[in-house]
Design a protein around this ligand. Structure first.
Ligand SMILES: [Zn+2]
Length: 252
C-alpha cells in the first residue's frame, strides 16, 4: 500500500526555485529555497499616512529634500547609496497615485521624464529605473534608481536589491550627483537644496548645455510643471529621519 500523504510532506516539498535564480542579474547563489507563504490577512494594516499612522512625507520639512517646488518635492537617501543615484519624487499633496487630479497626474508625467533625464545625464549612469510600489506609505512616492553604465549584471528587476549589496559610492561623488540633479530641476523652477561638495564643485554652467530644450527657465515658482515656461520641480538634501528609515528598509 502507498504511504498516506501527510500535510507535513507538503511542507517539506516547497515549490522549486524559479528560473530567475539562474539569471546573471540574480544577486545570490548557492542553495536556495522558497519561503513558506503566510496566510493572507483579512484586513491589511494601515500604511504610513493612513488611519492613525502619521505621514512622514507630510511631516517632512522642505530642507529634508534636495529640490522643492510648488507641488512636488524630490528627496535622497540619508547617505551614499550603492547605485550612483537613488531618488524619490513626492507630491506635496497627500494623495496616492490613483487619487491624483488631472493636473497633478499630468505633472507627474513631466516630472518623471525630467527627473529621469537629469539622473541619466550623470556620469556613469546608463539607465534610470522608475518604480512605484506604495506598500509602505500612502503618500505618493516614485523611486528613481540609476543603473551604473556597463554593469550589465545589474539590468532589470533586481536593481533595487543590488543597491543594498554594492559598496556605497563616495560621499563627495554622491553630493555632487545630488547637486547636479537639483540644479537641473531648478532650471525649470523650484528651489535646489542639495549643496555641492565644498571642494571641486563644478559650476552649474558646466551642464547647462545638456538641459532639455523644451522649457525655458523662469524666475520663481512655476504655475504648472507641464507649462514649460513655468514649472517647478524640487530637490533636497538628505538627512531627515523618514529618508533614513526608508533608506534602510525595503523599497516600499
Ligand atoms: Zn502625506
Amino acid at each position: 500500500m502507498p504511504e498516506p500523504v501527510s500535510v507535513s510532506v507538503v511542507h517539506d516539498t516547497p515549490p522549486s526555485v524559479p528560473d530567475f535564480t539562474q539569471w546573471p542579474s540574480f544577486p545570490f547563489e548557492g542553495d536556495l529555497r522558497v519561503k513558506q507563504l503566510d496566510d493572507p490577512v483579512p484586513v491589511e494594516p494601515p500604511r504610513r499616512g493612513e488611519g492613525h499612522r502619521e505621514c512622514t512625507a507630510c511631516n517632512a520639512p522642505d530642507d529634508a529634500y534636495i529640490w522643492v517646488g510648488e507641488r512636488w518635492r524630490v528627496r535622497a537617501m540619508d547617505r551614499p547609496t550603492g547605485l550612483p543615484m537613488v531618488l524619490i519624487l513626492e507630491s506635496r499633496s497627500h494623495l496616492d497615485l490613483g487619487d491624483l487630479p488631472n493636473l497633478l497626474a499630468a505633472e507627474l508625467g513631466v516630472m518623471t521624464v525630467r527627473l529621469e533625464r537629469a539622473i541619466r545625464s550623470l556620469d556613469g549612469v546608463a539607465r534610470v529605473h522608475v518604480n512605484r510600489w506604495g506598500d509602505g506609505s500612502a503618500h505618493l512616492h516614485m523611486w528613481f534608481l540609476a543603473r551604473p553604465y556597463g554593469q550589465l549584471q545589474l539590468r532589470g528587476t533586481f536593481l533595487s536589491l543590488w543597491d543594498s549589496i554594492l559598496p556605497p559610492i563616495s560621499e563627495s561623488q554622491w553630493r555632487e550627483n545630488l547637486a547636479m540633479v537639483a540644479a537641473w530641476l531648478a532650471e525649470f523652477g523650484g528651489r535646489p537644496l542639495a549643496e555641492p561638495p565644498r571642494i571641486q564643485w563644478q559650476a552649474p554652467s558646466s551642464f547647462t548645455g545638456q538641459s532639455p530644450v523644451e522649457d525655458e527657465p523662469t524666475e520663481g515658482e512655476a504655475v504648472s510643471v507641464i507649462e514649460s515656461a513655468e514649472e517647478v520641480p524640487p530637490a533636497e538634501e538628505p538627512g531627515d529621519e523618514a529618508s533614513a528609515a526608508e533608506a534602510r528598509g525595503p523599497r516600499v
